[in-house]
Design a protein around this ligand. Structure first.
Ligand SMILES: [Fe+2]
Length: 382
């Protein structure tokens, strides 16, 4: 997330406006949920691959069973740009929908939240960029059925779009855009390939870890974050190795949603502050950027977090030799790489340092970094 934020100590908050249900086969309740919300004209938003693989079928079946006519849009086929978002709006008459049912990964879920804003309040998505620019809770409801476990977009307060014209990412952040209902169903995540499982699961693990030690942490976010660290770190290897194991998928999914419920309230830290420039410069997935930063940033933060450091490693299952075992895990699942092998050049350093210092996730990092500290962290990642 970008944009300056004040350095005053944040007040711990835990508000979680989305109604979250979890269970195997729960995607098949989408029709009933829409009925309970009083919605009759939903848009089903997904991507072409999921639709062709039949992953969306349980949701569509449930809508048909509830006697609900729906429109499908399967155009969210890559990380969404502002142009893609605009093109989806151009081909739909958003006014006729009273709900968006989003079935997919973080990109699909983010676009759904953005469509609900534009369909409800008009204008262009850029009008709502930044923090708290959305005038109210959109009357168009959003029901999320995630098919990955990681971004937490199924309950989160953010929309991320790529602004190609300005060569940056583009964020809309507001608790008002948190989805109305999230239905997490591990059966919907078994099609996720190992690489996506590794990157999205790592993203969730970093949400949980950064949230737990954040300056904005409070009693409820700490509870959710610590449990999420346990669920994610102890299951991510198995989820990558054997994606068909429903028990493992289930723990990853619960962990990912819990991690975001903590993270969006406490705010995060330097891993997420650094991810934005690293992804833009080296074209790596967000989950890889935050994962590559995690061991180095944790080591930097350790002097400022006291006993919390030990609690993090205990939850991870790495009571002894925590740093080495965390690095080994990230390497084993294909997340850890050297920045030096990814095209790092010394001339990039000022951009990385400046963007990290200006990130909205930086002020809640447990230790206040100087620009020199950030440069030193980057050098340890080379
Ligand atoms: Fe993240």
């Amino acid at each position: 997330m970008s944009g300056p934020m004040s350095d005053v100590d944040p007040i711990p908050v835990f508000s979680f406006p989305t109604s979250w249900s979890h269970g195997r086969g729960l995607a098949g309740r989408a029709g009933t949920v829409l009925g309970e919300l009083g919605c009759r004209d939903p848009l089903v938003l997904t991507d072409g691959l999921l639709l062709s693989l039949g992953v969306v079928e349980p949701v569509l079946d449930s809508l048909r069973a509830a006697g609900i006519d729906y429109t499908i849009c399967d155009a969210v086929n890559y990380e969404p740009t502002v142009d893609l978002f605009d093109s989806i709006i151009d081909r739909l008459d958003l006014k006729k929908f009273d709900a968006v049912v989003a079935v997919g990964g973080g990109s699909v879920l983010d676009v759904a939240k953005g469509l609900a804003v534009i369909g409800s309040f008009g204008g262009h998505i850029r009008d709502y960029a930044g923090f708290d620019k959305v005038p109210g809770v959109p009357p168009i409801k959003v029901v999320t059925v995630p098919t990955t476990s990681g971004t937490g977009s199924e309950i989160s307060d953010g929309v991320v779009l790529i602004d190609e014209a300005r060569k940056t990412k583009f964020l809309v952040i507001s608790k008002k855009i948190c989805p109305t209902v999230a239905l997490t169903d591990p059966l919907m995540t078994v099609s996720m390939p190992p690489r996506v499982t590794a990157f999205s699961g790592t993203d969730a693990l970093v949400h949980a870890t950064e949230s737990y030690i954040s300056k904005g942490a409070g009693p409820a976010t700490e509870l959710f974050a610590l449990r999420a660290i346990e669920l994610l770190c102890r299951n991510i290897r198995a989820a990558c190795d054997n994606g068909g194991d429903l028990d493992v998928r289930e723990r990853m999914q619960i962990g990912a949603t819990m991690a975001m419920s903590a993270g969006m309230n406490s705010k995060l830290g330097l891993c997420h502050a650094m991810a934005m420039p690293l992804c833009a410069l080296y074209h790596m997935p967000h989950g890889q950027a935050v994962g590559m930063a995690l061991p180095v940033v944790l080591a930097y933060n350790a002097p400022a977090v006291g006993a919390k450091m030990e609690a993090v490693f205990q939850a991870m299952g790495f009571a002894d030799d925590g740093f080495a075992r965390l690095e080994a895990l990230l390497k084993e699942i294909g997340v850890l790489a050297r920045l030096g092998d990814m095209g790092f050049q010394e001339s990039h350093m000022p951009t990385i340092v400046n963007e990290t210092m200006n990130s909205a996730q930086r002020p809640t990092n447990p230790r206040d970094p100087t620009p020199e500290d950030i440069a030193a962290i980057v050098r340890r990642m080379l």
